[in-house]
Design a protein around this ligand. Sequence first.
Ligand code: FE2
Ligand code: FE2
Length: 160
Amino acid sequence: MERVNRILSDDIYKKYLEKNNEMEADRKFCRHNMAHFLDVARIGAILNHEEAYGQEQEIIYAAALLHDIGRWKQYEDGTPHEKAGAEFSAQILLRCGFTEEESKIIQIAISNHRNTEIKEEKSMSGLLYQADKKSRPCYICEMEKECNWKEKRKNGKLDI
Ligand SMILES: [Fe+2]
Ligand SMILES: [Fe+2]
């Protein structure tokens, strides 16, 4: 997990995470913070094991830690955060020792983490989509009625 730990101490990564936190300080709905990133990483690791996605642990954690890092940009100028996050991730991943090929896989997964068309894929993209969605505890959320997630997308019960 050495390269994953390098992401956590990357200055640009830390700056973007701080920007997310500042912009969501008063947010009532789900946040895009370190707690969420770690939930997605660990659910991803469990699903990878239970459902044989065949992904490497470091790739799962890197994708999870980076997938919403562009959220502040969406608040700032409307850029979809999956697009901003994929772009921001390229340089961070290379600085932290991931290869071009690994970086591509992670960037594609980040770009697709809100794309329902790939949600059944047995790929890093499908795994990130599922882990991200399953991480949200709609079943105990006080804001559930006001949340704009479609009813069928909401998690009605805990299943992982
Ligand atoms: Fe997201
Ligand atoms: Fe997310």
